[in-house]
Design a protein around this ligand. Sequence first.
Ligand code: GLP
Length: 628
Amino acid sequence: MSLRSPAEAFEKVPTIIFADSAAAAKALAQEVKEIITTKNKAGQPAVLGMATGSTPVPFYRELIRLHKEEGLSFKNLITFNLDEYFGLAPDHPESYARFMAEQIFDHIDIPKANINIPSGTISSDQVFNHCRDYEQKIDSVGGIDLQILGIGRTGHIGFNEPGSSRDSLTRRITLDRVTRQDAASDFRGEQNVPHFAITMGVGTILRAKKLVLMAWGENKGGVVAKAVEGPMTEAVSASFLQDHPDARFFIDQGASRELTRIKLPWLVGPVSWTPRETRRAMVWQAFKTKRPVLKLIDEHYNEHGLSDLLSEQGPAYQLNIRIFNQLQHTITGWPGGKPDEDDTYRPERARPFPKRCLVLSPEPQDAIVGMGGTIDRLIEQGHDVHLISLTSGSLRVPDSEADKFAGTLLELSSNAAKPDEWKAQVVYGKEALSQLDAKGEFGEDTPVLRQLKGLILRGELRDAAQALGLDHNHVTFLDLPFYEQGRYRRFKSTQADVEALKKLLLEHKPHQIFLTGDAADPSSVSGITFRLLISALQACTGEEFANSCSLWLYRGKERALEAHEIDMAVPMSPLQIERKENALNRYSALSSLEKEAPETNRENARNYDSLGLAEYEAIEVFQRCRRN
Ligand code: GLP
């Protein structure tokens, strides 16, 4: 785990790529332990800057473990949180004060008086004084020893949105549209997300003695690369970490994917030309020169730092043909395999036919977003397709929807010819309405409300599936416990989740599984369900189906696959993309990214076309999944 190396020449902040977020969290927690112990010995308090969001959760869990299992005491720790939503009381379920209490402070022995979080409830005329006092308090305890940071999609640290200056101090700020979109699921809709926050400034953050910014999952890949390799700019406040003598990025593989050393390794040093790296370089070169693969010539290779590849695998024309054929072989109109055809160069094997296909959707909309057209084809080609929503999706449903459905139920009951037969429904509807009233807009949903909200989405998914020709009884909801008992950004999975998935697999004994979430933030619903599925599959080792079934990764709301990553490309006719759009329209609350799915499918087709392959209307893409 050395820091600078020639391959990291493009990086302006030391960046450490860990195997996964758990390993990074462990390493960081060890550093904190050392700071606390050293300061303790010197008779001084340790001062830690804290962050919220899903990113630091594994780190907080590790600190709690160190406290409970290794007796690490936090009695001499003082903390300062980066930010708080303006307008939210500390007991609001989405306030950062509550988040911190639930995720760490309630589980360790830090004195309450040592915890500092900007207030979300001071009046507007007190904001200035409050912020000035916050700054002074940080200085009065000797400054922050280590500041923990996450990063938002706009590149913000704390809530320092684009435009925040290098020297900005603690202040009230207006949240960016993108930030509010990203918080929409926490608040059950963008319209409920606060517009303002109080945040430490960039200047406040840079006064800390050490800084560690953590980022997980490939959705953060783009912004991490901008912050680490791009110019220092107010447009990406995290880029100012380049201006600090002791700042580091701790990231996982997903978040590293846009760094030059990972994305374009041939620009920074010698490369071992594996088939995947070769394909990556060829596709990149073709896009860069705006030429189809078959028209690349020696000059292009040389001008793009690929002379090494050319001398190892050339001449150019042979190499071009080889890669062209590989790309060509990813295309198939038979995602379940083409029966009675030679399948040597086809992505999926021909036999058995028809196949038992299990399409797994983390939340009810994901599979239709990622592979609606392919579901349509699989059904059309006679496979036995089962669509399983792994969770109810109930956390996405706003109270207003539950209110509407409970109201409709009561309305129906009161108009019934035999009111006696509707007693149970009346009780249910009334109970739901009174629980909605009692909990307030963002309060924790009761089991009854969760159930009602889940039922609403069941209807939507069945409807969407039907638009693709999938029968009601081929659509199932698994309601995994981690989701039903959790909240966004702080889910905790257990063995019960693995067991439920194992049971599902044993019931279906699929020949083909479609899943997603390999590259997602490990704390997101798709990231969690992906890891659970791999564990469940491992628990089925020895079963015949588990050894032979093929696993295909699709992409839901995460970044689309790039051409060199694709193992199976399923073309869609204009009619099919229309059917997919129809199916997506059945959902009432798709995010803007989810709504863009058909456009992404069209973009895939344009990319294949410009590489010199056939020109289709749209393409859904898949990657083969490694099992460990
Ligand atoms: C919010 C917080 C940031 C955090 C960001 C990313 O904007 N104010 O401090 O880094 O969210 O959140 P997550 O870690 O959930 O991706």
